[in-house]
Design a protein around this ligand. Structure first.
Ligand SMILES: NC(=O)c1ccc[n+]([C@@H]2O[C@H](COP(=O)([O-])OP(=O)(O)OC[C@H]3O[C@@H](n4cnc5c(N)ncnc54)[C@H](O)[C@@H]3O)[C@@H](O)[C@H]2O)c1
Length: 272
């Protein structure tokens, strides 16, 4: 089988990073999925007009039945090359449970559901965040983050975030990295890889909304970035294109930070 004709599934496919990721995959059938059918249809129509082989299905990633339908849709489209998981919400959602559920439980549901489609050479690329790296390792919550569907997990993590949905976001994204460590052996046994990508500030609708709420923080981050600019979705999409390719065949169970170098300077500021 021509491996280049295998399917790429993009969650959050109608979002800023998701849409840009799709455009990296000129030679593969692409399955776009997102929360609303309308946004999926629009993205699929745009991609088709540009010459991509795209189809799509709406799916709420927190709903296991929806995710099963997505898995079925994918297997009817072809053999899986990669799951590119970009669906998520930022801390601007102001609802701790929602952030935990979408960003972490949704990721856990997807990794487990797509495991059955993983074969030699497949990969799952999961979007974390550079902010995951400001959360220290701690036995008190790491087990809950790595097992988000356990009934007490949210209650275990909640006291550590001081009521802040932004901090819950950081914890949930640390959880995404812990999930990749937890499942990497099972995926590896099939010759498949699990990699997380941690973007810095990327100019998408999500980041621009956060910028409206914390304009001074966003400017401070830009000034603290060694490359003196925010990221754009292409900065992430190009790395994801590489990570799903044969060139990245020995990269698994690790996180790739794509932040223009800012995280190290943020950590220094936090220690002042
Ligand atoms: N933009 C940034 O600066 C930045 C920085 C670090 C990490 N990230 C991460 O990158 C990913 C993509 O971010 P983005 O900037 O493209 O955001 P975005 O808001 O543009 O796209 C996210 C997409 O996820 C979808 N989504 C949300 N909840 C869903 C659900 N329950 N089921 C299905 N789809 C759902 C939304 O409809 C949206 O289309 C996110 O996981 C985000 O946390 C982004």
């Amino acid at each position: 089988m021509n491996t280049d004709k295998k399917v790429i599934v993009i969650t959050g496919g109608a979002g800023g990073i998701g849409q840009t990721c799709a455009r990296v995959f000129k030679n593969n059938p692409i399955v776009i999925t997102d929360y609303s059918q309308e946004s999926v249809d629009k993205t699929v129509a745009d991609l088709t007009k540009e010459g991509y082989e795209a189809s799509g299905i709406a799916c709420d990633i927190t709903n296991a039945k929806d995710v099963e339908k997505l898995v079925e849709f994918t297997s009817k489209t072809g053999e899986l090359k990669a799951l590119v998981h970009t669906a998520g919400v930022s801390g601007t959602v102001q609802d701790l449970k929602k952030v935990f559920t979408i960003d972490l439980i949704g990721t856990d549901i997807l990794i487990n559901a797509f495991y059955k489609l993983a074969t030699q050479g497949s990969s799952a690329i999961l979007l974390s965040s550079m902010m995951a790296h400001v959360v220290p390792s701690n036995e008190a919550y790491d087990k809950a983050l790595a097992n988000p569907q356990d009934p007490d997990s949210f209650k275990t993590v909640e006291p550590f975030v001081n009521g802040s949905s932004d901090i819950m976001y950081n914890f949930a994204k640390r959880g995404v990295i812990l999930l990749s460590h937890k499942y990497v052996d099972a995926w590896g046994a099939k010759g498949a890889r699990l990699v997380t990508v941690s973007p810095g500030v990327i100019e998408t609708p999500m980041a621009l909304k956060a910028a409206e709420e914390h304009p001074e923080r966003m400017e401070m981050i830009k000034q603290a970035t060694p490359l003196k600019r925010n990221g754009n979705p292409e900065d992430i999409a190009d790395v994801i294109g590489f990570l799903t390719s044969h060139a990245a065949r020995f990269i698994t169970g690790t996180d790739i930070l794509v932040d223009g170098g800012v995280l190290q300077n943020i950590k220094k500021m936090d220690h002042k």
